[in-house]
Design a protein around this ligand. Structure first.
Ligand code: ATP
Length: 410
């Protein structure tokens, strides 16, 4: 396979992982369709996407278990196409721990040391095993067998076994998938701490957004064998590149419309006639272009039509839901701080938060979420079935545009 990247000899590349235009076909299935990224040493990189989007295939190619159809993988600046899996400075932790049942914890963890040529002497092996077990908080468990450990402990042994040779990159394929939710949360924190401690690049596969966001410095959102967006969690959440990413990551209200003017604000005429003003999007949004105004449910507020001035943050009152619907026109606060009449259809109690479903004549169904801050801080909402006013600040809205990406299955 051709290696096209030109590598200046003096460039420090130790620990750098590069993937360039990687594709993989299994017969008719295009599992990966041109994936590229470069990871600096010590990055915690999450591959996040729905089932079948190509996450595991990508990981298996970096590990060397699958051969790419085209494209390059470089570890420490060197192409690894001809390097077999066991010679790559890569280790993998799978969802199912695959510990050797006939070995105790210490022998499982030390396995990689015994495979080295030459392998460290016995004393050095014992020192390294002890050090690695301490890292995963399993000191004292050296003589246990896999069946004498809990799921979380087995996964820690698998981590220790994968880390002992200090690979350039640790690949983790849904390693917490078999654990219950509480343990999973604990392990996410531990894993992040562990990664910071060892400073090794982690590439972590998951379809769980919370998991990716809680640990990763960078998240690649994948769909149909492509990376649609790659960036820090905050960037992906706040500035999704398209409606699919906007709704795959968290929840999003999407209101269709067309661009009326673009600059200094982007003013959109919504399908049902009202205008809203939004920050100008980074991509092209020419006048007349169909777009979606995207607003996160936690950024939408609601207040009862008669009591709205008490809502935290609302200072200028609106006399009625009808007036809210009428507020419009260039320069009016109704456009820059959009307000709409809406009927509270249902409130769903979820413990730490509540969800409100609102039916707004000018918008359709709107989802609002609010933290459960206790009765004292609760906003004066209308009763279910009654009218109120909903709105958001101009800065909360994003313009997202449907993209035609070749090969994406809509
Ligand atoms: P999941 O989250 O369900 O594990 P994934 O994102 O890891 O999914 P992959 O396992 O990489 O997805 O699969 C990507 C696509 O390639 C899927 O359509 C899958 O059916 C296909 N695929 C994967 N391995 C093979 C194979 N060995 N032969 C044929 N098709 C395959």
């Amino acid at each position: 396979m051709a290696h096209s990247a030109s590598v200046p000899e003096e460039a420090p590349r130790a620990g750098v992982v590069e993937v360039a235009s990687l594709t993989k076909r299994f017969g008719d299935v295009e599992a990966l369709a041109g994936v590229s990224f470069r990871l600096e040493p010590g990055t915690f990189f999450a591959l996040l996407g729905p089932s079948g989007c190509g996450k595991t295939t990508l990981l298996r190619m970096i590990a060397g278990f699958e051969v790419p159809t085209s494209g390059d993988i470089l570890l420490d600046g060197l192409p690894v196409a001809d390097v077999p899996p066991y010679r790559r400075s890569v280790n993998t932790v799978f969802q199912h721990y695959a510990l050797f049942p006939h070995m105790d914890v210490a022998r499982n963890v030390g396995y990689g040391l015994r495979q080295r040529k030459p392998s460290p002497d016995r004393q050095e092996q014992q020192r390294m095993i002890a050090e690695t077990l301490e890292l995963v908080r399993l000191t004292g468990y050296e003589r246990r067998r896999a069946w004498e450990l809990s799921g979380g402990q087995q996964q820690r042994v698998a981590l220790a076994r994968a880390l002992i040779n200090r690979p350039t990159v640790l690949l983790l394929d849904e390693p917490l998938g078999a654990l219950d939710l509480k343990l999973r949360r604990e392990m996410q924190l531990e894993l992040k701490q562990l990664q910071e401690q060892v400073g090794i690049t982690f590439i972590f596969v998951t379809h769980d957004q919370d998991e990716a966001f809680s640990m990763a410095d960078r998240v690649a959102v994948m769909r149909d064998g492509r990376i649609l967006q790659d960036g820090p969690p905050e960037m992906i959440y706040e500035h999704p590149v398209d409606p699919w990413v906007a709704t795959f990551i968290g929840r999003m209200n999407l209101f269709p419309g067309a661009v009326e003017t673009n600059g200094p604000d982007c003013v959109v005429r919504l399908e049902r006639g009202r205008h809203v003003s939004c920050p100008v999007p980074p991509g092209p949004a020419p006048v007349g272009a169909p777009v979606l105004v995207a607003v996160r449910p936690e950024r939408v507020w609601m207040t009862g039509a008669t009591d709205r001035t008490e809502r935290i943050g609302v200072t200028d009152a609106i006399d009625s839901a009808d007036a809210a619907d009428a507020a419009d026109g260039p320069g009016s606060s109704g456009m820059t701080e959009p307000r709409f009449g809406g009927r509270l259809v249902r409130t769903v109690f979820l413990g730490d938060r509540v969800e409100h479903i609102v039916d707004a004549a000018q918008l359709g169904t709107v989802l609002i979420t609010a933290g459960n801050t206790g009765a004292a801080a609760a906003a004066p909402l209308p009763a279910p079935g009654e009218e109120g006013v909903i709105g958001w600040t101009r800065e909360s809205a994003r313009i997202v545009v449907e993209r035609q990406v070749a090969g994406i299955r809509h």
